[in-house]
Design a protein around this ligand. Structure first.
Ligand SMILES: C[S@@+](CC[C@H](N)C(=O)[O-])C[C@H]1O[C@@H](n2cnc3c(N)ncnc32)[C@H](O)[C@@H]1O
Ligand SMILES: [Zn+2]
Length: 372
């Protein structure tokens, strides 16, 4: 395998020379590396530097860059695993080049996590993390971090695959990035509560082709019950833009207050908060001390996430404007009009045309006809 040097944060490492005849990983090299995920790694480095777990397992290392960065940029004892021997050889070589003491493991993630627990576990598979969440929970003392790149099943584009993997029904509509994040969190909750453990989302976001969850796992039946209480559905009207959140294990049938159509459930999914605000504030103040490749994008992401209302759906104001047959005013004008009327309204981290508000839909539609 021919290697070339790369750098993320303060960490230099080798990656395989990329085959440019393929347009994106994993086909571009025998051991995976995707530079588009640098922001996700930057986010984890920043968060872990604040959480300071006593151990961190990069359970699916590939080049090892995620774990190597945690070891060298956060100074935390790290183990890095992969079942592919070429990946293991590359991780060993990278650790040797950096001169940092990293434990390198050659195992199947599910086997490894069935025999040993780590304070923080990071699952970063190809596609769906669903087959690894159970062992991830059993093998995690306190923190579980998960990437999902199977956005088509999570978003409802491949509805049956989403049902098979997550036992949740998504709907491929304009807020599917939100649904994807919350269906994954809901799946984590359902896998955790059977062990009397609860899930506390810390910093979770949807971006481009992936969803990233950073969560704290709590112990005890009470914590598990608290998490179950935040499970529910988004009830979407099939005939108009109306939607509402509903809590509970089973969806209760309901009809649209605007047009009378029967509402359709999306879920089960997590309806609680997806961020821990104090942690996000700490991340914002710590970020300038780090040399991160995606510093400004990450800063913007954290700030938008911190300000974002904790609702399980958003309205896309372009979609609503089309529905009203008006040309959309600037989003800041819509937010200003709603806030001026005493409602809360914010932007949303994964889309420039999305807004979350506690204003009733009729009020939002009215605000869309307001001009500055
Ligand atoms: C998406 S890559 C990991 C990327 C890496 N964490 C990064 O940030 O660049 C997924 C890796 O998981 C490994 N993998 C897939 N299934 C596995 C399993 N069951 N056990 C251990 N490793 C596995 C693959 O060999 C691959 O190297
Ligand atoms: Zn309706």
């Amino acid at each position: 395998m021919e290697l070339t040097e790369a750098k993320e944060g303060n960490t230099r490492f080798f990656i395989p020379v990329q085959d440019t005849s393929h347009s994106f990983p994993p086909k571009t090299s025998p051991v995976f590396y995707n530079p588009r995920m640098e922001i996700s790694r930057d986010a984890t480095v920043l968060l872990v530097s604040i959480l300071k777990p006593s151990q961190y397992l990069d359970a699916m290392g590939a080049s090892g860059i995620r774990g190597l960065r945690i070891a060298s940029e956060c100074g935390i004892p790290v183990s890095i695993n992969d079942r592919d021997r070429r990946a293991v050889a590359l991780i060993e070589r990278n650790a040797e080049m950096l001169g940092i003491p990293v434990e390198v493991l050659h195992s199947d993630t599910n086997v490894l996590l069935s025999g040993k627990a780590y304070e923080a576990v990071d699952l970063d598979p190809f596609g769906s993390p669903a087959p690894f969440i159970d062992s991830g929970i059993r093998g995690s003392g306190r923190y579980l971090f998960v990437t999902a790149t199977d956005t088509a099943p999570l978003c409802g584009a491949h509805r049956n695959a989403g049902i098979r993997r997550y036992f949740a029904a998504a709907m491929n509509n304009e807020y599917h990035a939100e649904t994807a994040l919350r269906i994954l969190l809901g799946f984590l909750v359902r896998e955790a509560v059977k062990y009397d453990r609860g899930v506390e989302p810390l910093f979770c976001f949807s971006r481009e082709h992936f969803v990233r969850v950073h969560a704290r796992l709590q112990k005890g039946a009470l914590a598990a019950d608290r998490s179950i209480a935040r499970m529910g559905y988004v009830m979407q009207c099939p005939s108009c833009p109306y939607r509402e959140e509903q809590q509970g294990i089973l969806p209760e049938p309901g009809s649209c207050p605007l047009c009378g159509a029967a509402l359709r459930p999306i879920g089960p999914l997590w309806t609680g908060s997806i961020q821990e605000n104090e942690l996000l504030m700490q991340m914002e103040s710590t970020l300038p001390a780090f040399s991160l490749g995606c510093s400004s994008q990450l800063q913007q992401l954290i700030t938008t996430c911190r300000q974002e209302l904790p609702f399980s759906y958003h309205y896309d104001y372009h979609v609503l404007a089309r529905h009203l047959r008006v040309s959309p005013p600037p989003i800041r004008a819509v937010i200003k009009a709603l806030v001026g009327d005493g409602y809360s309204a914010t932007r949303v981290h994964y889309s420039g045309t999305a807004l979350k508000t506690d204003a009733p839909l009729e009020v939002l539609l009215e605000a869309l006809t307001t001009r500055e």
